[in-house]
Design a protein around this ligand. Structure first.
Ligand code: ASP
Length: 415
C-alpha cells in the first residue's frame, strides 16, 4: 500500500487534534504527552544537529572569500526581507487602523505581563560565548553558531592530515544526527496531534479569546494575517522568482510538511531539524548551504515576528489614542527589526521582546496585555512565515552558489 505523504499526515493530524481538543478537552491529558514527547525528541537533536551541520557546512565552503560571500548574501537577504515585512505591516496598520476607536485611555490599564529588560549591546557581546560548553548545554543558539563558524573555518586551515580527520569526523556526526532526525520526523503527525489538541483545548475554554476575535482585536488579527500572507505569497515569491528563478508554488509544496510543523509547534527551533532534512531531500540544497543558512535563519530571521511586532505596537498606540509621529514610526521600524532578530525561535518569544519596541516609543508596557488573548494563534502563523523565510534564503543562495558542495571543496586546505 502506498504511504500517505508526510505533509498530508501532518495536516490530518492538525485537524484531528483541533477537533479532539475542542470537543473532548477533558480527554486531552491522555494525548498531550505525545506532543511533549515529540518536542523533547526535537530538542534532543537540535544542538548536535546544528553544531555538526554548521561546522561541516562552513568547512566545506572552504575559504574566507566563499564564506564571506555566502555570509553576506544570507545576512542581506535576512535583513532586507525582515525590513520589507515590517514596512508592509506599517502600511497595513496605517490603512486599516485596527486600534482607532478602541478608546482604552491610559487610565484603564490592562493586566500586566512579565517583560524582560533588553540591552542591544549585551546581545551583541553575548554572541561570543565565554564558555562554549555552557552555551551548548543551555542551547544558546547565537554563541553556538559563532563558535561553529570559527571551528569550521579553522578546520580548513589545519594541516591536511588533521583537517581531513576533523572534517570527516564532523561529517560523520552530522550524518548520524540527520539519521536520528529522519527517525524523529516520522513521529511528527502524532506529535502535532498532541500539541494542537492541547493548544485548542486551552483556547476553547478561554471565552475572552473567542469574544475578542469579533471586535477590534479581530481587526488587529486580520491586519497581521493579511501582512503575513502578503509577505509569504507576494514578497517572498518575487524574491524566489527574481533572485533564484525558483517556482514559488513548487517551493511551498516542497516545504509543506515544514510549514505545517512550524504552524503547529509555534517554534522555529523545534522545526529546525525537519527544515534541514526537508530542504536537503526535497529541494536538493547542499548541506554546506543549509547548514549555514537555516540555523542562522531560525535564530535571527523572523519575517513574521518582525511584521507582527510593528503591527501590534501600532495597534496598542492606536488603542490608547496615542498618535505616533513619522519619526516615532521610524523608531518602531528599527526596534521591531531588533526585536525580531533578538527573539528566540520558541513559542511567544516575540510577545516578550515587544517590550523593546514599546519602550523605545514610550508606550506603557502593560499595553501588551491588550493583545494577549489572540497571541497564541498569531504565533502559529508568524512562526510559519519565519521558517518559510529561512527556506527561501536557503534555496535562493543554493542556486547562486552551485559549487558550494563540490566534494573537493570539503577537503580544501588553504593558507
Ligand atoms: N514563535 C516564533 C518562532 O519560533 C517567535 C515568536 O514568538 O514570534 O519563530
Amino acid at each position: 500500500m502506498k504511504r500517505i505523504a508526510l505533509h498530508w499526515q501532518i495536516l490530518i493530524a492538525l485537524f484531528a487534534g483541533g477537533i479532539f481538543g475542542f470537543f473532548i478537552p477533558d480527554g486531552v491529558v491522555w494525548v498531550a504527552w505525545m506532543g511533549d514527547l515529540f518536542l523533547r525528541l526535537l530538542r534532543m537533536v537540535i544542538i548536535p544537529l546544528v553544531f555538526s551541520t554548521l561546522v561541516t557546512g562552513v568547512a566545506s565552503v572552504g575559504n574566507a572569500d566563499n564564506l564571506g560571500r555566502i555570509g553576506l548574501k544570507t545576512m542581506l537577504f535576512y535583513l532586507a526581507t525582515s525590513l520589507i515585512a515590517i514596512l508592509t505591516g506599517l502600511v497595513l496598520v496605517n490603512l486599516i487602523k485596527p486600534g482607532v476607536g478602541a478608546d482604552i485611555g491610559l487610565a484603564e490599564r490592562p493586566e500586566t505581563i512579565g517583560v524582560v529588560g533588553y540591552s542591544f549591546l549585551d546581545t551583541v557581546l553575548g554572541i561570543v560565548p565565554d564558555n562554549i560548553f555552557a552555551s551548548l548545554m543551555r542551547g544558546d543558539m547565537l554563541p553556538i553558531i559563532f563558535f561553529a563558524i570559527l571551528a569550521g573555518f579553522f578546520i580548513t586551515r589545519l594541516d591536511q592530515h588533521h583537517s581531513r580527520s576533523l572534517s570527516t569526523a564532523f561529517k560523520a556526526l552530522s550524518e548520524l544526527m540527520m539519521k536520528i532526525t529522519m527517525f524523529v520526523v516520522r513521529f511528527t503527525p502524532a506529535g502535532v496531534f498532541g500539541i494542537v489538541a492541547k493548544v485548542i483545548s486551552e483556547q476553547a475554554g478561554d471565552q475572552d479569546a473567542l469574544l475578542a476575535v469579533t471586535g477590534r482585536l479581530g481587526l488587529y488579527m486580520l491586519t497581521v494575517l493579511i501582512g503575513i500572507f502578503f509577505q509569504g505569497l507576494i514578497t517572498l515569491s518575487i524574491a524566489l522568482k527574481g533572485l533564484g528563478g525558483i517556482n514559488p508554488a513548487e517551493h511551498i509544496r516542497n516545504m509543506s510538511a515544514v510549514l505545517l510543523t512550524a504552524f503547529s509547534t509555534s517554534s522555529s527551533n523545534a522545526t529546525l531539524p525537519l527544515t534541514i532534512s526537508e530542504i536537503e531531500t526535497k529541494s536538493g540544497v547542499s548541506p554546506a548551504i543549509s547548514g549555514f543558512t537555516l540555523p542562522l535563519g531560525a535564530t535571527i530571521n523572523m519575517n513574521g515576528t518582525a511584521l507582527y511586532e510593528c503591527v501590534a505596537v501600532m495597534f496598542i498606540a492606536q488603542a490608547y489614542g496615542i498618535e505616533l509621529s513619522i519619526g516615532q514610526q521610524l523608531i518602531v521600524v528599527v526596534t521591531a527589526l531588533l526585536a525580531a532578530i533578538g527573539s528566540a525561535g520558541i513559542p511567544m518569544a516575540g510577545l516578550v521582546m515587544m517590550a523593546i519596541v514599546m519602550s523605545a516609543v514610550g508606550l506603557p508596557l502593560e499595553g501588551i496585555g491588550l493583545i494577549l488573548a489572540v497571541d497564541r494563534i498569531l504565533d502559529m502563523f508568524r512562526t510559519a512565515l519565519n521558517v518559510y523565510g529561512d527556506t527561501c534564503a536557503a534555496v535562493i543562495i543554493a542556486r547562486s552558489e552551485p559549487d558550494a558542495d563540490k566534494p573537493e571543496a570539503s577537503n580544501c586546505v588553504i593558507g
